[in-house]
Each structure stands twice: as C-alpha cells, then as structure tokens.
Write a protein that binds this ligand. Structure first.
Ligand SMILES: [Zn+2]
Length: 448
C-alpha cells in the first residue's frame, strides 16, 4: 500500500526538486501564486499534451482553438458572469480580513473574533483598463473560463472545419478568478489553467452525451495511473448548479485535504449560444442540410483544471519505500507524464567515462527528455531521479568502455538490464510504451 501523503510533503518535494516555487519568492511571495520550475513545467506540459492528444488528435469530432484572454465586455454580460459570477463576502470590522460568508460559522471573525459585516455579493472577475488614457479607457475583464472564447467562435469553427454535429471545440489556456479564499497549494489559485471542451450536440441527445463524457473523462485519469479508489463521481444538487447548467457532475479526487473537484462535466443546454445570439444580434444556430433541420445546439462541457490535475498526479504517484534498509521517496508517475524520461549517469565524473556518457546523452536527447548528471555519488543521483519520477536511468561504467554496453535501471522495480549502446534508443522507446522491463531475452539481467 502506498503511503498517505500530507500536503506539506508534496510542497516540500516540489520546492526541493524544482517542480513548483512560490511566485516572486525573493520579495516574500505573492499570495496563492506559484511558479513551475524546470521539472514542474515538463510535468505540466505533459498533462496538457496528453489531454490534447486524447481530446483533439485521437478523435475526428473535436477540433482545437486558442482565443484571447481579454474579450469584448458584452461577452460577460451575455454569459451572465457580470451578474451571477459572485460569492457572498463578509468583512471583519476590526481586522478587515474578508471571508466567504459560507465558510464562516456564526457572526464572529475566525481570525480575531471581531464583528462581521452583512454579506454582500462579490464579483470574482478581474477587471482592468484597456487603452492608454485612463479616463477614456474601457473596462475589460480577464476571462474566468476559456469556454466563452469557444462559444463566440462557434460559427467560425463550424464553417471553416467543415465538420458536422456532434462537434467538440477544445481549448487550453489561462483563466483568472479573484477567489476570496484561495489555498491548498496549487489547488485553488487566482490565476490558473483550464482544459475545456464544448461539445455541441442535437437537443434531445444531450443526456446521452453527458453520460458519454463523464465515463470518458473519468477513464482518462485512471489510464494515466490515478488509483480508482481515489476517484469518485458526484452529481451536483439543484441548489449548487451554476446559473447556466442543466445538470453537472464532478470528478473528485481524494486530495490530502479531502475529496475535492478535479473536473466538472456540465450540461449547459443551449444557454450560451442563445444568450450570445440575443446580445450580439447574430444568429447562432446549426443547419443540418441532410436532415433539413435547423436548431440551437446543446452543449456538454468537460472542464478540467491543469494545475489541480498536476497536484492529483503528484499526490497519487508519491510513495515512500524501504530499499535495502534505506528510505527512498519515489514518484511512480505514468511514463507519459514523467518530466524526464531517461537520465544519463556516468558512474563517476571521470575523464575516461565522460566522453562516452556525453555521446550516449547526445544520442538520446533528441528523442526523449533526457537529463545528464555526473555530480555526487551514484546513489544520491538515483535518489534524485526517483523523486522526480524518472522511469529509466542509464549508467555508464568502466566495463562500458570495453563492451559498449550500458546498464538501464528501472524506477519502480529497481531491476537492471545491460543493453548495447547502439540499441539504447529502441529499447527505451519500447519500455516507455509499456514493454515489460526485463522481457527481452537478448540481454542478461543483473544487479550492479
Ligand atoms: Zn477579524
């Protein structure tokens, strides 16, 4: 059984190994803003690329889009965000801390016990001014979701992609929400990344497609290694449905702070296209020439957070084991998510070993994200690679100079195989795709 991990351990590993740093750290940080380090950016890119491949590349009914963060203010009036994208906020009259009204029990400030104001509705959209002269500039909002960029381009995409419904439009990008209480590391931040699909369907088929996407998205996390017992589906109660939603399910993950939303899959009905047609004066409907029908499509929306997915993958992969009397921390990340696929480690920094090790690195790095490390003892370097989840370490030793073979060590089993340098790329490729590590009869298995 893997260990249950608390958030402090994850935060500390992320800092220590270069996954995630506090933003503006040399200035004391900025609340709930985080920066992805050299290893973290690779993990995050892999999460997004894996999603994009499953959603866009591997299907013929979804196309991609990349829209601007700032949009015409009319968009947010039509979408309901100006009126409805609010949380009830109370403020302490003594210490002036602000709280979400539904997160405070009673009428006293949880910080100082002071009196709280009556709740008022607080809009979560970030506002800024566009234009060089402040008095004449117009207010624009940073988008709180990527979805609206998709809705306003529905007509453009249908026309140019020559696709029929059902048709999905996918987008990955930054969103901004001025949360009253962000927290839990990268789980809830004011700036975050969304991975969203708007899947346009014929009215009446929407419930079927909602079921389809719930299964599809749940399975995506399982395929990428998240244990099923740490995932669950939860249907929203009528009272918690967003203003646009007919029905909504959350895929929840058992984070260190408890069950929390990883992704929402909502049936938005025809709310968005109808609203944008009304506010823009442009007709937004779909004409099915073959069936001789015209209708406003319904929309199924799987909407996932990149950052909280990263957190879930980290938490689920984390383990502490005892190996030959020593503790080792390891991330059992799925191969496609691992930031570094292979590390090249000469047994020691030695003038005879270095040229061959560099040659091996040069052979591998155009094909896989490869790390080269020759400082400190081999044991400490293995430990570092285990902690960042590197599936394979390639070791070059003095025997390699004679027989032109190197040793590959596998992260999870710690098994080792000896492989000719000329075959290395092919072998690692096969192992990354899931071939059993010591299945090849060509090379003898041995421990170093
Ligand atoms: Zn107070």
């Amino acid at each position: 059984m893997p260990v249950k991990v608390d958030m402090d351990k994850i935060v500390s590993l992320c800092k220590r190994r270069g996954f995630i740093f506090p933003s503006s750290e040399i200035y004391g940080g900025l609340a709930s803003c985080w920066d992805y380090g050299p290893v973290g950016v690779e993990l995050k890119r892999n999460v997004k690329e894996t999603w994009w491949k499953a959603i866009v590349q591997d299907r013929d009914d979804v196309v991609g889009l990349d829209t601007s963060i700032m949009m015409h203010p009319g968009v947010w009036a039509a979408s309901g965000h100006i009126d409805n994208f609010t949380d009830p906020l109370v403020e302490c009259k003594s210490c002036h801390l602000r709280w979400r009204a539904d997160a405070v029990e009673g009428k006293k400030c949880p910080q100082c016990g002071g009196e709280l104001t009556e709740p008022r509705m607080f809009n979560l959209m970030f506002k800024t001014l566009m234009g060089p002269v402040e008095e004449e500039a117009s207010i624009v909002y940073l988008r709180p979701e990527t979805a609206q960029g998709i809705f306003v381009n529905f007509e453009n995409v249908v026309t140019t992609s020559r696709k029929k419904l059902p048709l999905g439009i996918a987008q990955i990008g930054k969103s901004f929400r001025n949360e009253i209480t962000p927290g839990n590391f990268i789980f809830r931040t004011r700036e975050f990344e969304h991975m969203e699909v708007e899947y346009f369907v014929k009215p009446g088929t929407d419930e079927k497609w909602l079921d389809y996407w719930i299964k599809e998205r749940f399975e995506w996390y399982v395929k990428l290694g998240i244990r099923k017992e740490n995932l669950r589906l939860r249907q929203h109660g009528k009272d918690e449905l967003a203003h646009y939603a007919k029905d909504c399910y959350d895929v929840e993950y058992l984070f260190p702070m408890g069950w929390s939303e990883l992704e929402g899959i909502a049936n938005r009905g025809d709310f968005d296209l109808t609203q944008h047609a009304k506010y823009s004066g442009k007709e937004l409907s779909y004409r099915d020439a073959e069936a001789g029908e015209k209708y406003v499509p319904y929309v199924i929306e799987p909407s996932a957070g990149v950052d909280r997915s990263v957190l879930a993958f980290l938490v689920d992969a984390y383990d502490e084991e005892e190996v030959e009397g020593e503790k080792r921390t390891v991330l059992h990340l799925h191969h496609s998510l691992a930031p570094i696929k292979v590390a090249v480690l000469p047994l020691s920094r030695n003038e005879k070993l270095t040229p061959l090790a560099k040659e091996v690195f040069k052979q591998l790095c155009p094909n896989f994200m490869t790390d080269y490390d020759d400082s400190q003892s081999i044991g400490r370097r293995y430990r570092r690679q285990d902690e960042i989840g590197t599936p394979f370490c390639v070791t070059i030793d003095f025997e390699s100079l004679e027989d032109k073979q190197v040793t590959i060590r596998e992260r999870d089993s710690l098994a080792q195989i000896r492989v000719p340098i000329g075959e290395l790329k092919k072998v690692i490729e096969a192992k990354l795709k899931g071939e059993a590590f010591d299945a090849s009869s060509l090379w003898a298995t041995r421990r170093m």
